[in-house]
Design a protein around this ligand. Structure first.
Ligand code: PMP
Length: 411
């Protein structure tokens, strides 16, 4: 059963999903969604009823929400080393932040250029925003990655043109967990007077991010990915960066994101950021130990198993495998029947059943990509969860391989 690591961290009741006595329930799909930390819920609660005022109101009921939003802005700024909390704009989530970053920079600076560069392994939201911008005359170049998912820096630099406005690269990849050399990428971008946007959704709260030291101009954050509520996110916009708002209205968030502030959500994201800053190091160390046990045991004990992504430059919670002669979806269903929730790639593309563009970009063949499985751990996982996974996974794969016509006879 999913268990809290200690008293103040108990996990939400998974209600009807629980089938006591039949199987354990083990969640290893933290990249797709995280339970909200109970301390975050507690911090948000008063802002639904007692402190419900609109921050734009001039009367006394508007004051407390303003203070709460500004405290949250400071906590989010602190998490990523921003110089000034004013550099944080709250949004409805990572997709909106990515839209604001890419469209905002392109539309505001179209007199200077019309070109942007993304990596071949960006989240689908980045890829689709770049495609959309082509309707307005912008051009996108997608830069390839090596077999580990690392952006090729030489190729990146060669793709920069005089009309390039922006480079957008993920801090770490949400599927294979590879951590990109952001500082080096920033140097390349700035040497050519190009802005750098970084989607930090997969990395935030797991590894330290410092926008000043890393040289980042715009950074996308999502609240749920640090155990905050859904429906909130933020975009860091370095002071002085020219950006056009994409939502027009009442001029909230210094005119960069109109619409009445989601005060409870913002307070929740602020609390989640404060907790992440304090506990990230110890949580990540514990999670990485479990993750390493999974990787080492799987590679040692399951024949024809391989690790996708980088062996060391990877997020502490990510274990991404490829198995010959079996489909990732079949493994997922087999584990699901035993109460273990995992993924085969990005939840945003899970229902399309197409091979992951991330795995294909790392050079895998379609059939190899289809044999992949993504396990992402989180702060509510325990060593017992790992024991149960490591007992179940070889059994599921063995059974599937026995049934598979692809398995060589001698297997
Ligand atoms: N970027 C990355 C790297 C993601 O993994 C996701 C999905 N969690 C998003 C952006 C979009 O997030 P959301 O659907 O919460 O807006």
């Amino acid at each position: 059963m999913l268990k809290g690591k200690d008293d103040f961290c108990e996990v939400p009741d998974l209600g009807s999903l629980k089938q006591e006595g039949k199987f354990r329930l083990v969640y290893m799909d933290y990249v797709s969604g995280k339970p909200v930390d109970s301390r975050v819920l507690e911090a948000m609660n008063p802002y639904h009823r007692e402190i419900f005022g609109n921050p734009s109101s001039l009367h006394l009921l508007g004051d407390l929400p303003v203070e709460a939003v500004e405290n949250a802005r400071k906590a989010v700024a602190d998490l990523i080393g921003a110089k000034d909390p004013k550099e944080i704009v709250f949004t409805s989530g990572a997709t909106e932040s990515n839209n604001l970053a890419l469209k905002g920079v392109c539309f505001r600076n179209q007199n200077k250029g019309n070109h942007l560069i993304i990596s071949a392994i960006e989240h689908i939201s980045i890829i689709n925003i770049a495609k959309y911008l082509e309707k307005f005359g912008f051009k996108t170049t997608s830069v390839g990655v090596d077999k580990y998912g690392l952006v090729n820096l030489d190729k990146l630099e060669k793709q920069i043109r005089p009309e390039t406005l922006l480079i957008s690269i993920n801090y770490a990849n949400n599927e294979i967990g590879t951590i990109e050399p952001i500082k080096e990428i920033s140097k390349i971008a700035h040497d050519h007077n190009v802005l750098l946007h970084v989607d930090a959704v997969a990395a935030e709260g797991q590894i330290p991010i410092d926008v000043q030291k890393d040289g980042i101009d715009l950074l996308t954050l999502s609240s749920n990915d640090i155990y905050g509520p859904r429906g909130v996110g933020a975009l860091y916009i370095k002071s002085g960066t020219m950006i056009e708002p994409i939502i027009q209205g009442g001029g909230q968030e210094r005119g960069l994101r109109s619409g009445t502030e989601n005060v409870p959500g913002i307070v929740g994201m602020g609390k989640a950021a404060e907790i992440a800053k304090k506990e990230m190091e110890s949580d990540s160390a514990r999670i990485q130990k479990m993750r390493d046990r999974i990787i080492n045991t799987v590679l040692d004990t399951i024949d024809h198993s391989y690790l996708n992504g980088h062996p060391t430059l990877r997020l502490p919670n990510n274990a991404h495998f490829r198995f010959d002669y079996v489909e990732g979806e079949a493994i997922l269903l087999g584990l699901n029947m035993r109460g273990i929730a995992v993924s085969t790639g990005s939840a945003c593309a899970a229902k399309r059943l197409e091979p992951s563009h991330v795995l294909i970009a790392t050079g895998l063949l379609k059939e190899e990509a289809h044999g992949s499985l993504e396990l992402t751990l989180g702060k509510y996982n325990s060593e017992e969860d790992v024991d149960y996974l490591l007992e179940s996974l070889p059994q599921v794969i063995d059974r599937l391989r026995k049934l598979s016509p692809l398995t060589p006879k001698e297997e």
